[in-house]
Ligand binder design. Structure first.
Ligand code: ADP
Ligand code: ZN
Ligand code: ZN
Length: 806
């Protein structure tokens, strides 16, 4: 038998599989989608088996060293999806495969086979039972190397459940190990020991009795912790273990990050609008057919309940569902809503989990122990076999686009997978992306509208404050008079306030007052950001840090001053203006520790604070009944980014933040402070006017020739030497101009707004096109040709439908 193997080198210019001989012991267990180690060049490398066949056109094939998996980690569907992904995002196929797997599987890891049910194993396969009698567990890699004739029986036993397989993440910091205690001898032996024990060994007798009572169930492996909680003595257990009556194993615990008991919720009675939106989704599922729904519902219109009830239907049909939420709104609150309805049927995947935890969640999906996954972008690759529905909440979020290879958009993957499974996709948002709304207008997507909040709660009333006017009146505070008044008012009424500060483009930098010099990163073309906690200047691109200079590096003056506003500074100002207010600050600094995000929100929910002050991470998904005031400190900090999506982002953000107010019985109010109070993005958001914004923005995009009227493709290049990168960019622009049709426009090469990152100079070429069949072939050709120049030389990356033009 021959296996086709993609070698695990993402930058490999040879983007094709290699043939390997499959040695005898592996031929029965090997399947496409498993990983193997193979000799490659002078090294041994990991690879993905993508196909098995009888013969090869090559002679003298090398053989596979070992098989790494007992189950395919990639399903047939995902293997195919990977090839499609590689083709359409212009990357190596293995890079696509890697992106589909949890990080723990890329890490250094060991797999252990353990006996689950010794009796069944004895019945099924006495040989195997004998093998495990002496060791009780074995490393997969050692079995593969030394006892490969056992692989087949082991695989059978794994399927029957008498053996189980566990993955140990070698980095102990990420794997949760616990001591588990089990009985090492027969029950008779324990009874005998009990009789022989000295009367003074009371604690040991107690422990023995405990295990004698329990030893009928073969799978009794309580943790040491649990035994101590039951009142047994650790010393006694350790002594019994020394006598080889009990055994203690370090086992990897299946981590459950949401072990807090979760209240079960029942489906709510839907409003008419909700029912009208749900019906066509269920209809598509039953047909079944592939269809993309765009659920456009104002904040608080009950979109999540529609998701929940459509998932209910998926479960009834014994199918599976993927729910994507942006990382930033994957708040405990959001997770609880899904766990509360579907309990253990739900796996959760987000970046707050350790590698080991992510792996556990992934394994639940792979082994079909759950039917629903709620997760951020990469959960779109969940290895479900029978998908019934894919939901993307906040579909306009730019975080659905991956910014590394493979540069995919989760929405595209969702639609592609759903086509294969003949199931619907539901895109939900209060502020759909222009791309999606335009498709709905053209009836490519089916539009579902929810115009009212649940129970007709009014949308909050919005006031716009002109910050320029405040300045003229001599108010240099970050708080306008109006906002400050209203915050004080809520304080008196014992209601809560959310204050939102957009950090991007608004972070603190250090500038010389005499000559205007801004302290910049020596490696990147960007100013350094002041971090007050450590009193350091840091580069947000490369991590470079330095002390705050006492004197100006250019003119030597000592008038170095801080500019801009960070959350810390706002907090300090709040403390000064309203000392009695209790403030919770949420930003990257206060939420770095695991669980702190959840803790801070819980405290706010329990009304242990009056004001929640935060960045993007509080813009979404929060739902607190006592919040009646939302303040946006500077609505236009995004507007001035050099990006054709700046207005769209501003509109979305302001709408989202405003949606946090007055979601329950108390009416809500929003104050938007802005330096451009007349900008349509700010005004339309204040008037809750999505369509007004859409029409105006579409007209501008049409005039400028931007998406969704045109598609964009970006080729980015970097090199340590400016001349080299300029020359290569010139050549690439030439190739594009020569090979693409006349209807496509090529812009560049140009130097982007940030011209240098990590000591590498940057250039880019942009292609604007409507229909361009030659584009993908040309881009693949460019990638192959320019990638060979090696690591320290030129780096080329290709980004189709880029979300940022920088
Ligand atoms: P969205 O996701 O559209 O912003 P949510 O799903 O968060 O809206 O719903 C807003 C609030 O209304 C939530 O507190 C939710 O529990 C409640 N809700 C949703 N649907 C109903 C319903 N049919 N009856 C009563 N309350 C509902
Ligand atoms: Zn830097
Ligand atoms: Zn100076």
């Amino acid at each position: 038998m021959i296996a086709e193997v993609y070698i695990d080198i993402p930058a490999n210019p040879v983007n094709k599989p290699f043939d390997y001989q499959v040695p005898e012991p592996f031929s029965d267990i090997l399947a496409p989608g498993m990983r193997v180690t193979v000799p490659f060049g002078r090294m041994h490398r990991l690879g993905f088996v993508t196909a098995l066949k009888e013969s090869s056109e090559f002679t003298r094939l090398k053989s596979i060293d070992t098989v790494e998996d007992h189950l395919p980690v990639l399903t047939t569907e995902l293997l195919k999806l990977g090839r499609w992904l590689a083709d359409t995002t212009v990357c190596a196929t293995v890079a696509a495969y890697q992106a589909m797997l949890p990080a723990a599987m890329k890490a250094d890891y060991k797999k252990v086979i353990k006996v689950e049910d010794p009796e069944q194993l004895e019945n099924d396969d006495p040989n195997l039972a004998e093998f495990f009698r002496s060791k009780r567990q074995a490393l997969w890699s050692e079995v593969v190397r030394n006892d490969s004739e056992l692989l087949n029986p082991i695989n059978r036993a794994l399927r029957r459940g008498s053996l189980s397989i566990h993955q140990l993440v070698r980095n102990q910091a990420t794997a949760k190990q616990v001591a588990a205690v089990s009985v090492a001898v027969s029950k008779e032996r324990l009874n005998l020991e009990l009789l022989q024990l000295n009367d003074r060994a009371k604690r040991q007798k107690e422990a023995l009795n405990y295990f004698i009572r329990q030893s009928d169930s073969a799978a009794f492996h309580p943790t040491m912790r649990a035994l101590i909680d039951e009142g047994l003595s650790r010393d006694a257990i350790l002594k019994l273990a020394e006598k080889r009556l009990l055994r203690i194993d370090q086992i990897e615990q299946l981590r459950n990050p949401y072990k807090r008991s979760i209240e079960h919720t029942e489906p709510l009675k839907l409003t008419d609008e909700q029912a009208n939106a749900l019906a066509p989704i269920l209809h598509s599922m039953d047909k079944p057919e592939h269809r993309v729904f765009l659920c456009h519902g104002v904040t608080g219109s009950g979109k999540t309940e529609i998701y929940l009830q459509s998932i209910q239907h998926v479960l009834e049909k014994k199918q599976q569902a993927i729910v994507l939420v942006p990382e930033i709104s994957l708040t405990p609150q959001m997770v609880l809503r899904f766990k509360g309805r579907f309990g253990d049927h739900v796996a959760v995947m987000h970046s707050g989990l350790s590698r080991g935890e992510k792996y556990d969640e992934w394994r639940k999906i792979r082994e079909e122990k759950v039917q629903v996954v709620v997760g951020a972008r990469s959960a779109i690759f969940a290895p479900f076999n029978n998908l019934g529905l894919i939901i993307i909440d906040e579909e306009h979020e730019s975080s659905y686009k991956q910014e590394d290879m493979p540069r995919y958009h989760a929405r595209d993957i969702a639609i592609h997978r759903a086509q294969g499974h003949q199931c619907p996709v539901v895109l939900g948002s209060a502020t759909p992306s222009l791309e999606s709304f335009a498709r709905a207008r053209k009836q490519v997507f089916t539009l579902l509208s929810l115009k009212e909040r649940v129970n007709h709660r009014p949308l909050p009333s919005v006031h716009i404050v002109d910050l320029r006017e405040e300045m003229r009146q001599g108010n240099h505070s970050v708080f306008s008079k109006e906002l400050l008044e209203k915050v004080k008012d809520r304080l008196q009424k014992k209601e809560q306030t959310v204050l939102f500060l957009n950090r991007r483009g608004y972070s603190t930098f250090v500038m010389c007052r005499s000559c205007g010099t801004v302290v910049e990163c020596p490696h990147c073309d960007i100013s350094l950001t002041y971090h007050r906690a450590q009193h350091l200047l840091k580069c947000h691109y490369c991590g470079f840090e330095q002390k705050v200079p006492d004197t100006c590096p250019t003119c030597g003056s000592d008038a170095m001053r801080f500019f801009g506003t960070g959350t810390q500074k706002v907090e300090a100002e709040l403390n000064r203006l309203i000392p009695e207010a209790r403030v919770i600050r949420m930003d990257v600094d206060t939420t770095r520790k695991k669980g702190s995000h959840e803790n801070l929100l819980r405290q706010f929910g329990e009304e242990k604070a009056d004001i929640l002050l935060g960045t993007q991470m509080i813009a979404k998904g929060l739902d607190f009944p006592k919040v009646t005031l939302v303040g946006v400190l500077a609505a236009d900090s995004l507007l001035h980014l050099a990006d054709f999506r700046a207005s769209e982002k501003t509109f979305q953000l302001v709408t989202q933040v405003a949606g946090r107010a007055g979601r329950h019985s108390l009416p809500g109010e929003v104050v938007i402070q802005s330096y451009s109070p007349d900008h349509y993005a700010v005004l339309d958001a204040a008037h809750h006017d999505y369509e007004g914004f859409y029409n105006q923005e579409m007209a501008l995009r049409h005039r400028g020739g931007y998406p969704p009227f045109f598609y964009l493709a970006m080729v980015r290049l970097t090199h340590p030497e400016p001349a080299k990168v300029a020359e290569a960019a010139e050549r690439i622009a030439m190739i594009l101009k020569k090979q693409l049709s006349g209807s496509s426009q090529i812009y560049g090469p140009v130097v982007p707004a940030v011209s240098k990152i990590k000591d590498r100079y940057r250039y880019q070429c942009m292609v604007k096109y409507k229909r361009e069949p030659a584009l993908l072939p040309v881009l693949h050709q460019i990638m192959q040709h320019f990638q060979e120049s090696g690591k320290n030389g030129l780096q080329v990356s290709i980004d189709l439908n880029p979300v940022a033009l920088m």
